[in-house]
Design a protein around this ligand. Structure first.
Ligand code: IPT
Length: 974
């Protein structure tokens, strides 16, 4: 039995114990003047919390997780299931426990002051000892814990600080989020001092009418407050006034003691510049606490945004405006440091989100790093702040288990107490995936009473009824609800709450199909207001391939453009030797682990376009302002006229002065040339000056309108040239190493796999068909080949007619799919080229990857990219690199030799150096060996991507049905 009282309490197995001697959470920023204890600490990893300490210490970097710092306790990924079998609140006996120790020199100047330790975050139980004496306990892994050490340290002397972090606890059962399991101290550790008389908390309420109210909570370390203290404050240099009414009311209230320590400051700002995500105007507030003699005992600084949030009917309003929520779910993540993120990393995350049109973040599924909220205030994001509660595996058992009541309320309350002053926070969320029980109502009650200025949401409560007035959710916030269901609700006449999906459009692998359909519906349907894409990051951890160890902090720079350097890879579930895991489900973000954007982001950017082409008429182009608060003056434009058979013309665009919601016609800057064929007009919109998130000239959107359709192509037969086919009827061509063949299959995407399509395709044998020639007919200048593709699921008849024409070869194809093959990946041609063709130039949609149901953000034009850059390196290799709406292309060598293809109409095309089977055969990108030549797919039809890995599949209109498919194309030698 241990003699240590903290260990004796066994707090890792006591859900009722949420903390001991932990100070109340508050919103006073103590970073300035604090001693930062970041760096290497002495470290031991024990097998269990009560195991004896060894003689030998290693070291561990704080803040950081030990699971990425060369210990044998490696990261582990499980989504819903807990990593151990014990039922709540039990935990396994094998319970890695990190003991961190360091000497701290407490400044001599702190004599007589109140000395506080702040541990930014530790998972999942923190025990604090100072010189061997117990100082405190905390749970709640993603919020700071503060402890008053005044009685335990001596200024001017050296103290040994020990932080013991127990990995598994009763709290792990309510921190069962879909992410890696780690252990460690993930946010900075600080030591700071205040005057005994101090500001214990400051609550700022700033309304859009300019009314500012600042509530101060004052405490004295000695207990009863000394008489005569008072507070003062200023906002951008203008003094605030003390609320005499508030003081008088307190003085007259017999229940109020001298201990209450509350004071209120007020002011009204005339012509206030309000805060919103488009123009995040902030004011600087300084609050001072004075002793009776006027000297300053304590100071607190805040940035204030004046704004109102309210729900009116079924609309969520910010400053009276029904703003669209273009959101993303975001975890604190980094491929080298796990859950530890620096200010620079956070800023880069938010800057990227801004550049791709996002205006909202749900802090899935716990309060994020405090710096995120500062940055969201500053850069402009609406934040749904979520409490650190997810009991997914044992949701039902825990939601009403009285032993966990305190933890639920504690976590929600501490989040509110920390983040209440941030204008960015517009909604409080009670957590994620924890069923719905009385604890949620208790937490909602606390939050609503404490902060009546913001709505509360909880998906588990909303699930009981989107319009139910009695559940703990002011917002109908489903996850992955089918669009039809949302539309039906909005049009049912029974909707009472804003409908904003807390998660939708699951971004796993090559995904996010139908995003444009969602946004068309959202923008057109009262009651629908947006949602949060799941999610920002692919949580791949940089891993050395040879020994399977995480690269950790030493891996800096060993990745780029979405891929790991040779010898490294992005690890996902199962890659650290564990047998029970959830695989690549952790790689479901809109950015790669190194924050390289996935193609979906370009789609999103366009769907969020602040200025759009509403229509094109003869008198000009009608532009509209789709923002909620801002004019167009921060944007610059350039017109681009792309002619299919002509040059691309550009001209400066004068953007009209439009208020939100307004439209205006602007004259077309070009006379459309008589010839040149199909014509597209693009407005290239960039930032006119420097924005805090984008330098001048950054692309904001690329709205486009078609000015003229393509005219039909006439081909002249050239019967005197023979068409060369082998005995199997396969085309023989000097530039092709594999003749054009029928293709019905793609390397399954994550959506295809998890949605069940890929399994069906394998059952149907589409990945390994047998080709049987039925007939080969040779006419002068023409060969007609009929072949059957025999698959377990049915036989596909394929006719290919190759005719010599003036331009080269015309390939006319027809495939007839039996009714049994009712939903296939593609119907099209695939061929392979000789090595050396390195440049792909095309007229069609681009330049980034696009698919039939993710093609709204890729403008039509002339595009060119090296073949090696066409492929998107999704973590688990899968169908990738496609371009939608391709009309024609050339594939050439540096000496300009190569081939040219012209399609009968816009088609899905991909040019990569991988066969579908190559992609499907491997599990990680580093295992792919590019082929020397190119693999070219031309699809008559290609299945949409959908989001079936977690949520709805693509829509029926994007499926490839059974029946007859026809397509044709010409092949020419350059
Ligand atoms: C939902 C979770 O909230 C989220 O954490 C993540 O797991 C996401 O799905 C899928 O990646 S829960 C799911 C079972 C609907």
């Amino acid at each position: 039995m241990t003699s240590d009282p903290l260990l004796a309490l066994r707090p890792w197995h006591a859900p009722e114990v949420t903390s001991w001697r932990r100070l109340p959470m508050n919103a006073v920023d103590r970073r300035a003047g604090a001693v930062r204890l970041d760096g290497d600490w002495r470290f031991q990893l024990l097998p269990a919390p009560d195991a004896p300490l060894g003689e030998v210490w290693s070291s561990s970097y704080v803040p950081g997780v030990w699971t990425l710092q060369d210990t044998d306790d490696l990261p582990r990924y499980l989504n819903v299931r807990m990593p151990f079998a014990e039922f709540p609140p039990d935990v396994p006996a094998d319970n890695p426990t990190g003991v961190y120790e360091r000497d701290v020199e407490v400044p001599a100047a702190w004599a007589g002051r109140r000395i506080v330790l702040q541990v930014g975050a530790a998972e999942s139980v923190l025990l604090v000892h100072v010189d061997g004496r117990p100082a405190g306990i905390s749970k709640d892994s993603h919020l700071a814990a503060e402890f008053d050490l005044t009685e335990l340290v001596r200024p001017g002397e050296r103290t040994v600080l020990r932080l013991t972090v127990v990995k598994w606890s009763d709290a792990s059962h309510i921190e069962d989020q879909d992410q890696w399991w780690h252990g460690g101290i993930t946010r900075p550790v600080l030591l700071y001092a205040t005057d005994p008389l101090h500001l214990a908390d400051v609550t700022v309420r700033a309304r859009r009418d300019g009314d500012l109210r600042v509530d101060c909570r004052v405490r004295d370390a000695a207990g009863a407050l000394p008489g005569g203290w008072y507070v003062s404050g200023e906002l951008d240099g203008h003094p605030l006034t003390q609320d005499a009414e508030f003081d008088r009311a307190n003085a007259e209230d017999e229940r109020v003691s001298a201990f209450l320590g509350e004071a209120r400051l007020r002011t009204t700002v005339p012509d206030v510049r309000t805060w919103n995500a488009e123009t995040p105007e902030l004011y600087g507030l300084t609050v001072r606490l004075h002793r009776a003699d006027g000297t300053v005992a304590d100071t607190s600084r805040h940035r204030v945004g004046f704004r109102d949030v309210e729900i009116s009917g079924r609309d969520l309003l910010v400053n009276g405006e029904r703003v669209f929520i273009r959101g993303v779910n975001r975890h604190d993540f980094h491929p080298l440091t796990g859950r530890t993120v620096s200010h620079a990393v956070l800023r880069a995350d938010l800057v990227l989100l801004k550049r791709f049109g996002f205006n909202a973040i749900r802090t899935a599924h716990y309060p994020n790093d405090p710096a995120l909220y500062d940055l969201a205030d500053e850069l402009g994001f609406y934040v749904v702040d979520e409490a650190d509660i997810e009991s997914h595996d044992h949701a039902h058992e825990i939601a009403d288990d009285p032993r966990y009541l305190a933890a639920f309320v504690d976590r929600a309350a501490r989040m509110v107490l920390r983040d209440k002053n941030h204008p960015c926070v517009i909604v409080w969320s009670l957590g994620n995936e924890s069923d719905y029980g009385a604890h949620h109502d208790a937490a909602a009650g606390w939050v609503r009473r404490h902060d009546p200025t913001r709505p509360v949401q909880y998906e588990g409560a909303a699930r009981l009824g989107w319009a139910d007035p009695d559940v703990a959710s002011d917002i109908a916030c489903p996850m992955y609800a089918p669009l039809q269901e949302c539309l039906a609700h909005a049009m049912s006449g029974t909707q009472t709450k804003p409908l904003i999906q807390c998660e939708y459009s699951h971004a796993m692998g090559n995904s996010n199909g139908t995003l444009a359909d969602h946004w068309a519906a959202i923008e057109a349907t009262p009651g629908l207001q947006g949602g949060f894409i799941w999610e920002f990051w692919d949580h791949g951890i940089l891993q050395r391939v040879n020994d399977g160890r995480p690269a950790g902090r030493g891996g800096a720079g060993l990745y780029g453009n979405g891929v790991a350097a040779p010898g490294y890879r992005w690890a996902y579930g199962g890659d650290f030797g564990e047998t029970d895991h959830d695989g690549a489900f952790i790689a479901d973000g809109v950015v790669f682990p190194d924050r390289t954007p996935k193609p979906v982001l370009y789609e999103h950017r366009e769907l969020a376009a602040p200025v759009r082409i509403a229509s094109f008429r003869h008198e000009g182009v009608v532009l509209s302002n789709h923002q909620h608060f801002r004019g167009l003056d921060w944007l610059a434009g350039e017109w681009e006229l792309s002619l299919a058979d002509g040059p691309t013309l550009t001209a400066l665009a004068e953007l009209p002065d439009l208020r939100p919601g307004e439209t205006a016609a602007v004259p077309l800057p070009f006379t459309l040339p008589e010839d040149g064929g199909e014509a597209w007009l693009t407005l290239r919109v960039t930032t006119a000056g420097d924005e805090p998130w984008a330098p001048r000239g950054t692309v904001v959107c690329l709205p486009q309108v078609r000015l003229r359709a393509a005219s039909p192509v006439v081909r002249t037969p050239a019967a005197n040239r023979p068409v060369d086919v082998d005995e199997d009827g396969l085309l023989v061509h000097p530039l092709l190493t594999a003749a054009p063949a029928l293709s019905l299959w793609r390397a399954p995407t994550d959506n295809d796999e998890l949605g069940g399509m890929a399994g069906r395709w394998r059952d149907w044998g589409l990945d390994r068909p047998t080709r049987k020639v039925v007939s080969v007919r040779r006419d002068p200048g023409r060969v007609t080949v009929v072949a059957d593709l025999l698959c377990a699921g049915g036989t596909v008849r394929h006719e290919q007619v190759v005719t010599a024409v003036e331009e080269g070869l015309l390939v006319e194809e027809c495939a007839e799919l039996p009714e049994t093959l009712y939903d296939v990946a593609r119907v099209g041609s695939v061929f392979e080229t000789v090595p050396g063709l390195t440049l792909w130039e095309w007229f069609g949609q681009g330049p980034w990857e696009s698919y039939p149901d993710r093609a709204a953000g890729a403008p039509v034009g002339h595009h060119a990219l090296p073949v090696d850059e066409l492929f998107t390196p999704y973590l688990r290799p899968q169908e990738s690199g496609g371009r939608h709406g391709v009309r024609r292309f050339t594939l050439s060598a540096p000496d300009a030799t190569g081939l040219a293809v012209r399609l009968d109409r816009p088609r899905q095309v991909s040019v990569t150096r991988h066969r579908a089977a190559d992609l499907a055969a491997v599990t990680h990108h580093d295992e792919l060996v590019p082929r020397p030549g190119c693999v070219v797919h031309i699809d008559a039809a290609h299945r949409g991507l959908g989001t079936a890995s977690c949520g709805p599949d693509t829509f029926a209109s994007y499926l490839v049905p059974a029946g007859v498919h026809r397509w044709s194309w010409t092949l020419r030698v350059l």
